[in-house]
Design a protein around this ligand. Structure first.
Ligand code: ATP
Ligand code: MG
Length: 471
């Protein structure tokens, strides 16, 4: 922990409670600014460095919930703790959904209060640390956003294991940030100046995987006109990230196991044993236990990889991070797309909070990018959101927590109807997006394709399919 005293802003309209809280926090080693309502708190936030906000719910002028909403937007990495009276638990839960760090109920249980404040201060420190540790050449490239409980657990593991030689297995659904964490592990280790080599095991043809990993000697097979080092060699003294490890064919798994265990191997067609020092990080969105059961994954390899496991929580299990992530992506795309968007309207944020996010952070990232692409205002509004997000809370609450394939069998006429409806909606959205993009570029196909991040050729094909082009 850093030595500087943490600054805590306390907002409460009861002078007595302000005094008691200030005294206790000061005793616990914090600096305290105490103000009498939300309006004064907002002013204090503008004029002072604040690490944590503790606020009462009911206050004159600006109340606790309004204060929270403002802080989430203007100071997204300052944790807010709300003080609630008994019987206002609903409001408290509402507050968590809006991005509050936590709440405490009056009358206080001293140790509970102390714990919550300590955790909030610590979170703030971790986030600040991340910000300043980000490489300056590419600001924010390895920035991990999130201060929810599950993410704090992830940070703790990273802190503890980053600078060790231990193998780390990252698990989690698609789009939860496995690659981001793999890079963070490397960046936070003493190997950071050495290579970080990623191998996407799913993308390499089965018969090429051995030579990709271990390299080959000249003449090892037809086409091997020179010898070439593999990824293990390239990663020497650095980190080797085996992404989608669940896709490695069983016959390769034995060789991989030996390479990991002994840190030695031979190139394909070679006789010399090559020794390396490689830190291994692996990731999968498959259930490896299931893969072992099915005979597709070797148990010994699993145990070798699974020294430290980090499970990345799906976004729906840490909704309180959504406002932070939204803010992060708005900033990123605002610059990239040269827009004036500064935030999200409250109703739009509510929809974003309610959506189940089957594609996790990647889906959120794409949604924000699309919103920015097509808005000219300063705020993302409900009508800027894609249909599936706009549909809002009622539908989201009913949705399955995980985005699973529809179960086979029980899929009658209704199932087909849904699929067709989704297909039609997709076509509608696609058409709408392309038309807007064309308008924006004055009909220039090349620019439009770039804007939509698709090739010129596929844009032309799509325009034809959608009847946006005569020929
Ligand atoms: N905590 C986070 N803060 C900021 N950005 C994040 C965070 N987690 C993920 N992202 C972003 O979301 C996108 C998806 O993350 P990433 O590629 O790491 O996911 P993944 O788990 O590897 O997914 P997949 O299994 O589909 O490969 C990336 O653009 C990444 O930068
Ligand atoms: Mg990935």
């Amino acid at each position: 922990m850093s030595d500087a005293k943490k600054q805590i802003l306390v907002a409460d309209d009861e002078p007595n409670l302000r005094r008691v809280l200030s005294a206790q926090l000061t005793r616990d080693g914090y600096d305290v600014i105490a103000v009498e309502d939300g309006q004064a708190a907002l002013e204090a936030l503008e004029n002072h460095h604040v690490d944590v906000v503790i606020s009462d719910l009911r206050m004159p002028r600006v109340d606790g919930i309004t204060l929270l909403k403002r802080v989430v937007v203007s100071h997204p990495d300052v944790p807010v703790i709300l003080i609630t009276a008994h019987g206002t638990v609903d409001t408290a839960v509402e507050a968590l959904k809006l991005g509050a760090f936590d709440y405490v109920t009056k009358p206080f249980e001293q140790s509970e209060f102390r714990n919550v404040v300590h955790k909030a201060a610590r979170t703030r420190e971790l986030i600040e640390h991340e910000v300043s540790a980000a490489p300056t050449s590419e600001p924010g490239r390895y920035r991990i956003i999130g201060q929810s409980g599950p993410m704090l657990d992830v940070y703790q593991v990273i802190e503890r294991v980053a600078d060790t030689p231990s193998t780390v297995l990252l698990t989690g659904e698609s789009g939860t940030g496995k690659e981001l964490i793999a890079r963070a592990l490397h960046e936070n280790s003493s190997r950071r100046d050495k290579p970080f080599i990623r191998v996407n095991c799913a993308a390499i043809p089965r018969d090429l995987i051995e030579s990709e990993l271990f390299g080959y000697e000249k003449g090892a097979f037809t086409g091997a006109v020179t010898s070439k080092p593999g990824r293990f060699e390239l990663a020497h003294e650095g980190t080797l990230f085996l992404d989608e490890i669940g896709e490695i064919p069983v016959n390769m798994q034995v060789k991989l196991l030996r390479a990991i265990q002994e840190q030695e191997f031979e190139r394909v067609g070679g006789i010399k044993t090559i020794r390396v020092s490689v830190r291994l990080v692996a990731a999968t969105n498959r259930d490896l236990a299931e893969e072992i059961q099915a005979g597709r994954f070797r148990e010994d390899l699993y145990y070798r990889l699974n020294v430290v496991q980090v499970r990345l929580p799906p976004l729906r299990e840490r909704r309180s991070d959504i406002p932070l992530l939204v803010d992060h992506f708005v900033r990123r795309f605002r610059e990239r797309l040269k827009k004036n968007v500064v935030g999200v309207s409250e109703p739009a944020l509510e929809r974003l909070l309610a959506h189940p996010w089957p594609g996790n952070i990647r889906e959120l990232e794409n949604v924000i990018e699309r919103c920015l692409l097509f808005t000219d205002g300063t705020h993302i509004l409900v009508e800027d959101l894609p249909d599936e997000v706009r549909a809002g809370a009622s539908r989201a609450e009913r949705a399955e927590p995980a985005a699973r394939e529809p179960a086979g069998g029980g899929e009658g006429a209704e199932g087909t109807g849904l699929k067709e409806a989704v297909r039609q909606a997709a076509v509608r959205v696609e058409r709408e997006l392309i038309v807007k993009a064309l308008e924006q570029t004055g009909g220039n196909v090349t620019h439009t394709a770039r804007l939509l991040k698709i090739s010129r050729k596929s844009l032309q094909t799509k325009m034809k399919e959608l009847g946006l082009r005569e020929d």
